[in-house]
Design a protein around this ligand. Structure first.
Ligand code: PXP
Length: 240
């Protein structure tokens, strides 16, 4: 069964609207786990717009399932990750002005910096995942970094506006999942996955885990967080 990693960034976004204590993302993480999530994802952005340093230390201390720290390759962030030692680090590109992560890593263009970050994190016992667009030459180059996992960026699939482009984007994800599996990667996927577009991605053979945030936290406003997580698990299982 494909795993679900719940990204809790937007619980912290809501907290930061008042810069107080509620809602607590660590409490939210525990609720997600109790509802069946397999891992918790949090992105420590360079501008700390939602998750902050204290959150990641508290997550590491309290989360008993896998903690997947999403992060850039900036050396100060890599240093913090090596102190925290999450189970996994997912490396993403980061631009200050973006609303959310906009594209996959340019492994070819930033190869030596990415490889160095992978090696530093792995030396601290952290499994490293690289967030990559479904593009063959980027995935091929990712193999040379020594990373064990890739997360395929599903943003273009999520944003597809026509039936044809949706099918084309889904096929790219399918083909690149197979390609990455053949190279020996563990393959995850995420970004922009919602209750109405996740089922097809969850059906892809060999897919390990889907990382989903905004749609689950949004749904939680109406039905509560446990129910929102459980509903997404049903979608992943193909039951909804
Ligand atoms: N995976 C990665 C690498 C991401 O950057 C994000 C967004 O933070 C997600 C998954 C989750 O995306 P969404 O919030 O659109 O579900």
């Amino acid at each position: 069964m494909i795993k679900l990693g719940v990204n809790i960034d937007h619980v912290a976004t809501l907290r930061q609207a008042r810069r107080e204590f509620d809602p607590d993302p660590i409490k939210a993480a525990q609720i997600c786990i109790d509802a069946g999530a397999d891992s918790i994802v949090a992105h420590l952005r360079e501008d700390r717009r939602h998750i902050n340093d204290e959150d990641v230390f508290r997550l590491k201390k309290s989360i008993k399932t896998r903690f997947n720290l999403e992060m850039s390759i900036q050396s100060d962030i890599v240093k913090i990750a090596c102190q925290i030692k999450p189970n996994q680090s997912t490396l993403v590109p980061e631009k200050r002005e973006e609303i959310t992560t906009e594209g996959g890593l340019d492994i070819i263009g930033q190869f030596s910096k990415i490889k160095q970050s992978v090696e530093t994190l792995q030396a601290s016992g952290i499994v490293v995942s690289l967030f990559i667009d479904p593009v063959k030459k980027q995935i091929q180059k990712a193999k040379d970094t020594g990373a064990q996992v890739i997360e395929i960026h599903t943003g273009s699939y999520a944003n597809a506006k026509t039936k044809q482009s949706l099918a084309a984007e889904l096929n790219k994800i399918k083909d690149m999942t197979k390609y990455a599996l053949d190279l020996g990667f563990i393959v995850n996927a995420g970004h922009g996955l919602k209750y109405n577009n996740t089922k097809a991605v969850a059906k892809i053979s060999g897919m390990n885990e889907l990382n989903i945030g905004h749609s689950i936290i949004s749904r939680a406003v109406f039905v509560g967080l446990p129910q929102a997580v459980k509903e997404m698990i049903e979608v992943i299982k193909g039951n909804a």
